[in-house]
Design a protein around this ligand. Sequence first.
Ligand code: CU
Length: 163
Amino acid sequence: MKKQTLTVVLTTVITTIIVIVGFIFLMPIIGPRYLHPLMMGGASSSVPADLDTSTEHLSDKGLYRVSWSSDPATPPLNQIHTWTIHVETADGQPVDNAEISVDGGMPDMGHGLPTSPQVTQNLGDGDYLVEGMKFQMLGWWDVRFSINANGQSDNITFNLILE
Ligand SMILES: [Cu+2]
């Protein structure tokens, strides 16, 4: 009788541990896909209907025309990857000597990027390599670049929906 009780207790404890450990390991996989939309009360509840998700447009003050591309072409979920951004003047001359900083986040959740991406290489012809990009949740992200060249600075914001 005593031995049976011990077996029951041990089985319960071990099962509980397995469930908790399994949960901890599965959260990073399940969380972004299922919990984030639930937290947001629906997949795209607070995304503006007229959100500009173009990958090329003018910076805030109209100084630069900027575009981005990702490698892989569709930004992946939960993987560190690289972007290349292309910077031109408004009239189409590649900007080769820009200082660029990167920021971003999820506007409807009020949190930033999980990493601190950096421009690590000037690829020439107005192209710059951005390393350390990562999106850990599905949904609406913005990625902001601050561009400083020839004593003139301007900002640009790109929106993307990760799905
Ligand atoms: Cu989020």
